[in-house]
Write a protein that binds this ligand. Structure first.
Ligand code: 5AD
Ligand code: SF4
Length: 447
């Protein structure tokens, strides 16, 4: 008897959590179709590059990665190479003309078609591009079984975006906003809980507007309340929120729902009202500050993180100073900051007064230095305090070290054994760093 050789797939993911989850779904589909995943690209029979297009730099990285794969294809002509995600959606069929060693292009609404496409490529060696936008995105419902005892999982609750912020390419690449039915979301979360998941992160471009596209459906706070009732789930997180849609009901959910973790990622983008207006964000810095004040009044320990773009077209020194002033007022727990980057087709591509690269770099590094002082100050404030930590597994660096997260989404490393994985334990914070905390288990007091 000749044993059939197992085929291996390798997926390289660029970009956001949405993409990470899309890759998980692709793995699930490929494993069902007989592939085994490998972390060693050299062993792969199928390589998929899952891409992000939100900034030009992200896209450049993908082109250079794809370029390197040309040699692999020359050495092994049977190797199948596919591209998925936002850059695939953006370029579509043109990708096949441009990159000759590419076998298929899979758009953001077509993940569910991956097995068929791979089969077609295998059998006929045809080259395929599938980037149709679909009214109902079937991949939203692909259930992924958590791998390697993972205790946290992503759940997509909506896809696409209707906001068309001036700098953002997402609505063009992920399509119009579409919410999933709450019953489907709950089924998926029950399935995950049955497979040992303790923490779910709900994903969407703008989760606060969940339900808007569905008739008679729950809104976001009602959905959260339903998920709070799912047995086995201990923690709920969500991302991303839009400040203009952050309702009082959602703020109250942090008070009333015991499983909802005290962390909100609330991208402000700029502290200057004139920049916010040109970004088409739909709120002012005062509106934002009022939301922060209310969040902190109702939930004093909440961690607030944000995204900021520096050097948006027309951003003056005064505008930038307003962003800095706002950071000093809010004192974010952490933030992601980016230099503005032109993207094809976005509104701000045609704006005048583009900011010089040098000025953008200076502003970015000033802002990041300031944030480092705020992050460290916040983290140091936790030294000596007790935190509830959900243990996610062994630390990367050491076998005797475990790693987990506080409810406010801070990483904690602590001495401990593997048996702690999946347990929520009380931990005393002994040392604070910029990117993590060091803790000690408080024995005999499992939460
Ligand atoms: N240039 C720079 N940053 C951008 N972002 C989105 N589009 C751009 C762009 N064109 C940032 C925003 C967003 C985050 C995901 O990426 O801050 O919140
Ligand atoms: Fe982009 Fe704005 Fe939609 Fe976020 S809300 S995805 S920034 S268009």
């Amino acid at each position: 008897m000749v044993l059939k050789k197992k085929k291996h797939c390798y997926i390289r993911t660029f970009g956001c959590q949405m993409n990470v989850h899309d890759s998980e779904q692709m793995v699930e589909l490929l494993e069902k179709g007989g592939y085994e995943t490998t972390s060693d690209m050299a062993r792969a029979d199928l390589i998929i590059v899952n891409t992000c297009s939100v900034r030009e730099k992200a896209e450049q990285k993908i082109h250079s990665f794809l370029g390197r794969l040309r040699r692999d294809k020359e050495k092994n002509p049977d190797l199948i190479i596919g591209i998925a995600g936002c850059v695939a959606q953006q370029w579509g069929r043109n990708f096949l003309d441009k990159v000759h060693h590419l076998d298929f292009v899979l758009g953001t609404h077509n993940i569910h078609r991956l097995p068929e496409i791979v089969k077609d490529v295998e059998s006929s060696r045809s080259r395929i591009a599938e980037t149709t936008f679909r009214k109902s995105v079937q991949s939203l419902g692909i259930l992924t079984i958590p791998k390697n005892g993972k205790v946290n999982a992503f759940v997509t609750i909506m896809q696409g975006c209707n906001n068309f912020c001036a700098y953002c390419i997402v609505p063009y690449l992920r399509g119009r906003e579409e919410s999933r039915k709450s019953s489907e979301i709950l089924d998926e979360i029950r399935f995950l809980a049955a497979h040992g998941v303790k923490e779910v992160t709900l994903l969407g471009q703008n989760v606060n507007s969940y339900g808007n596209t569905l008739k008679n459906e729950a809104d976001f706070s009602t959905l959260l309340a339903m998920i709070n009732g799912v047995e086995g789930i201990e923690r709920i997180r969500f991302t991303t929120s839009h400040p203009k849609d952050l309702s009082d009901e959602l703020i109250e959910s942090f008070v009333t729902l015991d499983k909802l973790c005290e962390h909100i990622h609330l991208p402000i983008q700029s502290g200057s009202d004139s920049v916010l207006k040109r970004m088409r964000r739909g709120y002012t810095s005062q509106d934002y500050l009022a939301r922060v004040e209310k969040l902190r009044a109702r939930c004093p320990d909440i961690s607030i993180t944000t995204d900021i773009i520096v050097g948006f077209p027309g951003e003056s020194d005064e505008d930038f100073q307003k962003t800095i002033d706002l950071m000093r007022k809010v004192r974010f727990d952490n933030l992601f900051s980016f230099k503005y980057s032109d993207r094809p087709g976005i509104a701000s591509e045609s704006y005048n007064d583009k900011v010089e690269e040098k000025v953008k770099s200076e502003r970015l590094s000033f802002l990041q230095n300031l944030q480092e002082t705020h992050t460290l100050e916040k983290n140091r404030g936790l030294e000596g305090k007790e935190e509830e930590v959900l243990i996610e597994g062994a630390s990367k660096g050491s076998e005797e070290e475990m790693t987990g997260r506080t409810r406010t989404n801070r990483i904690v490393n602590l001495p401990g054994e593997n048996g702690l994985t999946g347990k929520t334990v009380p931990v005393k914070i002994v040392r604070a760093y910029m990117h993590s905390l060091r803790g000690e288990l408080l024995p005999g007091r499992e939460v």
